[in-house]
Design a protein around this ligand. Structure first.
Ligand code: ADP
Ligand code: MG
Length: 230
């Protein structure tokens, strides 16, 4: 675990440059960088998926793992909250049905179902003029419909990260709304700084998307991630 591991992982991924790095591999990298992401296992059969469910503890999530499929849920490749081996079997068959024709070598990613919380998005992209910037926003309609996001150029400080979080219009939702508890703003700002540092350290990471990160009153978990290398 740590920087050496990240060096090694990224070195093994540079061949894939230009292509999207899978959720499985991206999470391996960011976990070793100190970011908290769900544990993941890759299954090649229903039996293996069930075994992993037992190891990880139910409920679990199944997702298609294939270089041909980047937006997994768009095609029915994400099955959430599977509570027992029977549900895993059904979900696996459903994924197989839609994905086999797209990629006969598809695999299935198994991970624990994260508890409900507030979904946010963290990302890094590169502007040809200004260079790399981090983006932060709330998940779902907030980004898609309202474009309620904040940006900061990299590198950035803890204060910059806090400013990014507090400057979105939907910030009151994070601060505790109608009696709800506030989310862990400190953890979120730590994550933003870690993400910024990762890209400073490895400038060949051209894009990274943590979408979504589920945030709680204490802690946060990355449930989906992908990146691109140049
Ligand atoms: P996509 O490739 O379509 O973006 P995601 O992995 O983001 O697929 O899954 C779609 C949605 O399912 C996420 O936005 C999130 O709401 C939910 N989700 C995914 N993984 C988990 C998980 N491990 N625990 C809880 N919810 C999850
Ligand atoms: Mg996603």
């Amino acid at each position: 675990m740590g920087k050496e591991q990240v060096d090694r992982l990224l070195a093994s991924l540079v061949e894939s440059k230009g292509e999207m790095v899978s959720e499985f591999e991206t999470k391996e990298v960011i976990r070793n960088w100190g970011l908290s992401a769900t544990e993941c296992m890759l299954a090649d059969s229903v039996d293996e998926a069930m075994q992993f469910g037992k190891n990880l503890g139910y409920p679990i999530v199944l997702k298609v793992h294939s270089p041909a499929i980047t937006h997994k849920s768009d095609i029915g490749g994400v099955k959430l909250n599977l509570k027992d081996p029977g549900e895993v079997k059904t979900a696996y068959e459903e994924i197989k049905k839609v994905c086999e024709s797209i990629d006969p070598n598809f695999r299935v990613l198994v991970q624990p179902m994260a508890k409900p919380g507030i979904e946010v998005i963290l990302g890094v992209s590169r502007d040809p003029q200004f260079g790399p910037a981090v983006m932060f926003g709330l998940g779902g309609v907030f980004v898609e419909l309202f474009e309620d996001v904040s940006f900061r150029l990299i590198p950035l400080s803890g204060n910059d990260a806090i400013e990014m979080i507090t400057s979105i219009r939907a910030f009151p939702l994070l601060k505790g709304y109608r009696g709800k508890e506030a989310v862990d703003i400190e953890m979120l700002s730590n994550m933003i700084v870690l993400l910024s540092n990762l890209v400073v350290q490895y400038p060949f990471i051209s894009e990274i998307d943590l979408n979504p990160v589920i945030v709680y009153s204490k802690g946060a978990t990355i449930v989906d991630a992908r990146m691109k290398l140049t």
